[in-house]
Structure formats: structure tokens, C-alpha cells
Design a protein around this ligand. Structure first.
Ligand SMILES: [Zn+2]
Length: 419
């Protein structure tokens, strides 16, 4: 399918251009293109930005948005989140994930890295929405051998059913964290990842308690422990990475693992620290950006995440120059490059994942559209979304959104007995 976008403001060039998309790629960017296309979109009063990648989330947790706020992390997990999660059915997760995809599309995200229960429901939802995702089979065994064996069996079934089935959806492994998964479980994940050449997505060093408990239990801090089990490679996505010491930063660099910055969730859950992003960058560690689940954020708006990550790191570094708006957009699109896709600069030859935002007072004047994207915009200005050369949203409308909303509310009613 080909798409011609006329007269749109290119954010990196800050000039009006036409964009021709063909076979999933941005084929041409020029003024006044005279080409035939299957679809023509008027870009007047719109700004062209790259689509964003949310590289740490638990999509279906949109069901719990605002349900349990202002609690300490462990209290939040143990008294609120885990009990309600135990009631979830596959259908709940399916509608929850669909609704999360709707929120992500409407705020400019086309790729996300997930970890959640009821894999079949997640997969079906993402496939139907036409988004890109890394869907990771979640593993929590709480050091119980029976649960660990069950996880192995379920994970292998998931791989049999879905691995390499859809080019937009990568199937990976989601051992939750060192405090919820046994060494045996982590080793299993590392070995299966090696065999399938896919990703591991895990939470790492989010709190000091996690680090101290790991030292007490295994005699090592979490990164070293994971490395010994073969978990750290260039296909490991590490969410949070707050409590890292200099030798651990060197270790992540050596293994070329990927750190995922989740500033809003970390601040909201008061994890007591900030990711040492500047030091990680100094060692060339790849860094992505993510929202975490909507129960701890409480939205999936990557535009908001960009701004908060930027101002948090400037404050931490005591340096107004670091990071700059271009660095931040680079981080927010790094997920695509982790998958080997060229997205983020809006150049000819790039994979066609991009968005059009409405001109609005919030992003006016346009002295610098990239700066406006990071510091001024809201994801809700997103008007049109293209993923892999396909239109996922046009004029703020996603096909089938009424049905998704209706069923999402039905799911909420059932879960929380609201009616
Ligand atoms: Zn998380």
C-alpha cells in the first residue's frame, strides 16, 4: 500500500514537505511530490514526528489505573495488585491489552515491550490492533519447584504456538525479577533465549531492598548474579536499573545489554534513586524509555515520559545541557533500533513508523518542533499514526474503537463488581 502525505511540517527539518510511503518504507521526502498513491493524507496544520517505542510496560494493567495509588511498592504489589491480578481471565487481559493499545496509538506509540499474564489474550489483542510488540512470556515461581516446572511447560507451549508467527510481534521471555524467579527459572529463560535468538525482559535493581536481599540470598548483587546465569546479553532489556554501581555499569556495557529508563513509575513508587543515565551513556550502554504499567504511571503517554525523563536527568546531572531534546527523542525511539529497524530520524529509506500531530497552541510557536515534541507537547495531540506503512489512526479515530471501549467497561464492571 502507498500513502502520500501532502504539505506536512517535517519536525527535524522544520519545513513543509510531502512524504511518499510505499511497501512499509518512507520512499521519498520532497516538496510538491507529484506521485500517485493508494491513499492521500492532507498534512496541512500537522507536524510529522517519529512514532515512539515504549520499552517497558504491562499493557493490560490499564485495568488498574487509579485503583491503588499512593502506596509503598511492596504494599502496592502484595495487598492490591497481585490479589486483583489473580482474578484476571484471558478475556479480561485481551480487552485490557486492546484498550492499552488504543491509548498507545492515540498518544503516538507503535512499538511496545510487554510482560504480562494470559499470553494468548495479549497476543490476539496486539495482532488485531496492528501494532509492533515484543511480548514476553511472564515467569514468576517464588522459588517453588512446581511453579517453576509449570512455567517451563507453559513458556514452551507459547513458543510453539506463536514464535515467528507475525513479523510485527516478537515473542520473548519475561522472568519477572531476581526476587520472584528462582535460579533454575532464570537459567531456563537464558537457555531458551539462546536457542530461539530472542529477547529477555526483566526488572533489575529497582529498589535497594531488591539489591540487599539478593546479596543476602546469593552472595552477589543482581547484575552479577544474572550474568552468572547467562541472562545478560545484547538481547536483554533491563527495566529500571536504578541501583547500579560503576562495575555493574561496566558489566552492562560489556554485555551490550539494554537499560530501560522508567522515570515516572520510579518517582511515583519512590524507589529512592534515579537511573545513572549519564554514566550508562558514557559507557555506551543502550538506553530505551518506557512508561511501566498504567497502575504505576498512570498513563502510557510516551510524550509525557520524554519530558519527565529529560528534566529528571538534567536535575540529577545539575546540567541543563544534558540530555538535549534530540537525545531524548533518540531514547524514545531506540526500541525500533533494538529490533533492527531504522526509525527515529524521518529520512528517506526509514521504516514507515511515524505520527502526525495537530498544530495546537501547546506546540506554538514552532521555533523548534523537536523541542516542542519533548518539552511542550502532549501525546493526545496525535492525529494520525502510521505503523509499518499502514494507517492505524486517522483524524484521531482508530477503527473499531467503540467496541474496544464498550468491552473494556464490561471487563471493569465484572472485575470490580461495579454494577
Ligand atoms: Zn514493570
Amino acid at each position: 500500500m502507498s500513502i502520500l502525505i501532502k504539505n506536512v511540517l517535517h519536525s527535524f527539518r522544520n519545513e513543509k514537505v510531502d512524504i511518499f510511503v510505499n511497501n512499509g518504507k518512507i520512499e521519498k521526502i520532497e516538496k510538491n511530490l507529484n506521485l500517485q498513491a493508494d491513499k492521500v493524507i492532507d498534512g496541512t496544520d500537522k507536524v510529522l514526528y517519529p512514532a515512539l517505542s515504549n520499552m517497558h510496560t504491562h499493557a493490560a494493567m490499564v485495568l488498574f489505573k487509579g485503583y491503588a495509588d499512593d502506596l509503598k511498592l511492596m504494599e502496592w504489589l502484595q495487598t492490591k495488585i497481585w490479589p486483583i491480578e489473580s482474578k484476571l481471565t484471558e478475556e479480561d487481559v485481551y480487552w485490557g491489552t486492546k484498550f492499552a493499545c488504543l491509548e498507545m496509538i492515540k498518544t503516538g506509540t507503535t512499538l511496545f515491550n510487554d510482560m504480562y499474564w494470559h499470553f494468548d489474550g495479549c497476543y490476539k489483542a496486539v495482532e488485531e490492533m496492528g501494532m509492533r510488540a515484543i511480548l514476553n512470556a511472564v515467569m514468576i515461581d517464588m522459588f517453588d519447584e512446581e511453579r517453576q516446572k509449570f512455567n517451563e511447560k507453559r513458556t514452551l507451549e507459547i513458543f510453539d504456538r506463536y514464535f515467528n508467527k507475525n513479523p510485527l510481534i516478537k515473542v520473548g521471555l519475561g522472568p519477572h525479577a531476581v526476587y520472584t524467579v528462582s535460579a533454575k527459572g532464570l537459567k531456563f529463560a537464558a537457555e531458551l533465549r539462546e536457542e530461539k535468538d530472542t529477547f529477555i525482559h526483566i526488572h533489575l535493581s529497582e529498589t535497594l531492598t531488591e539489591v540487599e536481599d539478593c546479596v543476602k540470598k546469593c552472595g552477589k548483587r543482581p547484575p552479577e548474579y544474572l550474568d552468572e546465569l547467562g541472562v545478560l546479553t545484547d538481547k536483554t532489556l533491563l527495566a529500571h536499573c536504578i541501583w547500579l554501581n560503576p562495575s555493574e555499569i561496566e558489566l552492562l556495557a560489556k554485555r551490550n545489554s539494554i537499560a530501560v529508563h522508567t522515570p515516572v513509575s520510579n518517582m511515583k513508587l519512590a524507589v529512592g534513586g534515579i537511573m545513572p543515565k549519564r554514566e550508562l551513556r558514557e559507557h555506551n550502554v543502550r538506553i530505551c524509555l518506557g512508561t511501566d504499567g498504567a497502575a504505576s504511571n498512570n498513563n502510557l503517554d510516551m510524550t509525557e515520559e520524554m519530558k519527565i525523563s529529560a528534566i529528571l536527568q538534567k536535575w540529577r546531572n545539575n546540567d541543563a545541557e544534558m540530555p538535549n531534546a534530540y537525545d531524548v527523542v533518540h531514547r524514545a525511539t531506540e526500541g525500533f533500533r533494538v529490533l533492527g529497524l531504522k526509525v527515529g530520524k524521518l529520512e528517506e529509506g526509514d521504516t514507515a513508523d511515524f505520527i502526525l500531530m495537530k498544530m495546537h497552541e501547546i506546540i506554538t510557536p514552532m521555533h523548534n518542533p523537536v523541542s516542542n515534541f519533548v518539552y511542550a507537547a502532549s501525546g493526545t495531540l496525535t492525529d494520525t499514526v502510521i505503523c509499518n506503512g499502514r494507517v492505524l489512526m486517522e483524524n484521531g479515530y482508530v477503527e473499531g474503537e467503540e467496541e474496544i471501549k464498550e468491552n473494556f467497561f464490561k471487563t471493569l464492571n465484572r472485575l470490580f463488581n461495579l454494577t
